[in-house]
Write a protein that binds this ligand. Structure first.
Ligand SMILES: NC(=O)c1ccc[n+]([C@@H]2O[C@H](COP(=O)([O-])OP(=O)(O)OC[C@H]3O[C@@H](n4cnc5c(N)ncnc54)[C@H](O)[C@@H]3O)[C@@H](O)[C@H]2O)c1
Length: 324
């Protein structure tokens, strides 16, 4: 079952931090469509107001422009909230290698502020974005919770620390926290622009603009590319998960494994382009292969992803064709 039929209390209020970003804005929209109230907190640093423009027309939606690095802002945002979906963070492994201090401030301190505010205001469930990057250099595939290797980037470290705080906030304070280890999410509204853009929207944009995309490494790296609707499902099901499942982190993937070079040619075909890519050096900090064992999330959160890669990529391509 997907997420659209999930039921919460009639007046349930969700706080989505990072709600003007790719994943956050999709969460806001999905929750509003289901008839519940959403408060969105975002400082618009990497997110865009246009992502939430449609939601602002809904009386059940409120937007706070603010920063999770400020505890008072987090406290105000959490008041009367039932569920926090904490997505605010800076993404990108390479950028974190350039700016480790900023990543520490936003991704660790910001998330800690949010957990603390949620604890003090009596939030019921605190669901937060982690990342498959926490697996570091552990070679075993598929990736399984509890089998993590040495971390490869400051970004991965920030997510690992968030997970430890998540565990502690459950053990020490009884806050029900659920870490979502997303595996390369893609879909509508993911930003295709800039040097830190994720690979799928970046390739789509470059191919549509007649540019020649660059693949870092040999293209044989593999990923469990996960469609956005699976991520929405995971977040909402975590809000309904039992307390016994809290204090833990969960792989949120689609359970597939795609080689980047194959994805590239799939995109070329779907967009009617016949362009050979350029190859550049592999990027430091990147994991070579990553696909998720999702049995823990299936068991504990009833996560049952509806979209495999093929179904998701076709929807994503259609969206970019209409919206770019
Ligand atoms: N997209 C993926 O494939 C992926 C994979 C693993 C983990 N994640 C995690 O999921 C979350 C959402 O990622 P996304 O892809 O939607 O990124 P995004 O950049 O589109 O969204 C992040 C949002 O957070 C906001 N933000 C950043 N710093 C903030 C701050 N200090 N205060 C308030 N708001 C702030 C940004 O303005 C933006 O709107 C992040 O935590 C990211 O690390 C994403």
């Amino acid at each position: 079952m997907g997420y659209k039929d999930l039921k919460f209390e009639k007046n349930a209020l969700f706080l989505v931090t990072g709600g003007a970003g790719f994943i956050g804005s999709n969460l806001c929209e999905a929750i509003l469509d289901m008839g519940y109230k959403v408060r969105c907190l975002d400082n618009l640093s990497t997110g865009r107001y246009e992502n939430i423009e449609k939601s602002t027309l809904n009386p059940d939606f409120t937007f706070i422009k603010g920063d999770i690095r400020d505890l008072d802002t987090c406290m105000d945002a959490c008041r009367d909230v039932d569920f926090v979906l904490n997505q605010a963070a800076w993404g990108s492994v390479p950028r974190s290698i350039e700016m480790p201090l900023l990543y520490e401030e936003i991704n660790i301190r910001g998330t800690l502020n949010m957990m603390e505010a949620a604890r003090q205001t009596g939030v019921k469930k605190f669901v937060y974005a982690s990342s498959s990057s926490v697996y570091g250099d552990h070679p075993v595939l598929p990736k399984q919770e509890g089998r993590e290797g040495k971390l490869l980037s400051p970004y991965a470290l920030t997510k690992r620390v968030d997970e430890e705080y998540g565990r502690l906030y459950k053990v020490l304070y009884g806050l029900d926290t659920y870490g979502m280890r997303y595996f390369n999410v893609f879909g509508r509204r993911q930003d295709p622009n800039g040097m830190y853009a994720a690979v799928i929207p970046k390739f789509i944009r470059q191919l549509m603009d007649g540019q020649v995309p660059t693949i870092h490494g040999d293209g044989r790296q593999s990923r469990d590319f996960t469609y956005i609707d699976n991520v929405i499902e995971a977040n909402l099901k975590a809000c309904l998960a039992p307390s016994e499942a809290a204090g833990e982190a969960y792989n949120i993937g689609a359970g597939g494994r795609e080689y980047l070079i194959d994805v590239y040619y799939d995109l070329c075909k779907a967009l009617g382009k016949d362009v050979e890519p350029e190859f550049g050096p592999a990027r430091p900090g990147d994991i070579r292969d990553s696909n998720a064992d999702i049995s823990k999330a299936r068991q504990m959160l009833s996560y049952d992803p509806e979209y495999d890669f093929e179904k998701g990529i076709n929807l994503a391509i259609d969206w970019y064709k209409e919206n770019l």
